[in-house]
Design a protein around this ligand. Sequence first.
Ligand SMILES: [Zn+2]
Length: 580
Amino acid sequence: MTAFALPRSVDVINPRQWETFATYFKELAERPLTRENLRQWLTDWSDLTRLFFEAASLIYIEKSQDTADADKEQAFLDLINDVYPQAQVAIQGLKERLLAVDPASEALADLSLVLRNMQNEASLFRQENIPLFTQAAKLENEYDKVTGTLKADWAGEEKNLSQLGFFLNNNDRSVRQKAWQTISDLWLSQRETLNGIYANLLTLRQQIAHNAGLANYRAYAFREKGRFDYTPDDCLTFHAAIETAVVPAIQRILKRKQKRLGYDTLRPWDWVPEKGTLVDDSGGEPLRPYQGQDALVQHTLNIFNQIDPQLARYFATMAEDELLDLDTRAGKALGGYCSSLPMRMRPFIFMNGVGSHDDVQTMLHEAGHAFHVFETAELPLIWQTEPPMEFCEVASMSMELLAAPYLTDQNGGFYTSPQAAHARIEHLENILAFLPYMAVVDAFQHWVYTHPQQAANASQCDAVWQSLYERFLPGVDWTAHEDSLKTGWHRKLHIFTSPFYYIEYGMAQVGALQVWRNSLQNPVKALQSYRQALSLGGTKTLPDLFAAAGAEFRFDTEMLSGLVALIEQKTAELRKTSLS
Ligand SMILES: [Zn+2]
């Protein structure tokens, strides 16, 4: 078949119209399929998927770079309203064609996981869910818009939530309190709106699950996320292990901080788990590691050169090819992400950097994702390059830890030795502090989607969030800020826009800590296993990917206690070199 000549670049197509892709999908739907041409057919489909997702990625990236640009938003809306729904139907047709082929076929021998995933997706597909996905995507976009446009006056300048969040790291408690109060007021000003968006999302998600023949959206989400290697009960076991092994360690950290700072109690502006800011008790100035994108790129490149020259080359390629947008500006969407451009097999990193240590951490994190894209570039079919999310975050979180020894200026990094030691202590303590917060976010959603009637009432969501918060994150005095405590779930984007996508971070952190533990024993071997595991993409199961990286896929108390002990030992060592 010579009919299948795809455009060589997304620059020459109009991705906002379904017609752009329709002819190619039609050809694939109609091409007679034999054992002999099966592989070619799959390759063509994979290449079409690359074109499609590259176009979609670019539309998403451009929208997030300028949320005020109506045309960019319209391109995104065209994509989700018109192109995606029709693509989903066409893709389902191709999956059914593929699955109808003898799965024992020679041509598919190396694709067992790809087939398993497609089988799972195809069996979950319901035509009647397509308009519901579109409605949900619009509501999710609404959440982004509401939160992305929140601004307040700060010392005569208008600042968005990201920019205000920078002051949560301030060592002056009154500045922190003022920033926290400003942020809190902005969120509470949208309380009814956000409750409304969530209630509508809940109804839609419940309906989506029912249409797919499942009892609730939790069951649906586990299937939809391809969670073959763990169950809802395993998540609850993980939460309980965190409660046993991690929560007491956090209490030790909080007590020490409180004592050193001479505070009677810790207040909400001393620890903001959703922002990963835990008050600094070192007495030093807050770290200001860099100013502007160029400096961030240069120091980060130096660090990667110390870890592995090949990783440094990957990163340099991103800088040369303008695949980095790192500084914050008015109108940019919140947060940071690494997106992939699967046609040119390159990653793209988006951030809202303001020059803080958090931004350095985000840079290293997203670079870990970017390395995953580079390492899988040789895998022939796009589906083979898609690792499970739990392992994607092992790639990124491990990179934060593997880079830590090179943060010092002797290594071309950002800090003096005491500053670097201080930054590493904060990083390790924040890893611990994240786990119970993760448990709250995850446990909250387990409750929501198994109690849809109660959860339709926002005040019940508030109550459940509060009780989980008190169970996993005790030690902070919320007096006079109860509304902010209860509505903490509003401030977690994932709860709105990526339901159930959060435990992945906890699992991955446990994997990444094991990669780091290995690197303390044998850095060369640990890095080799890390890169090897990344290069497997999605061709192995989650436990196998963990094993390839030198880690165990296990989330019990014993595993967590071992990692907590290592962190406590390492932070005690680092404290000897840090500012204090
Ligand atoms: Zn990530």
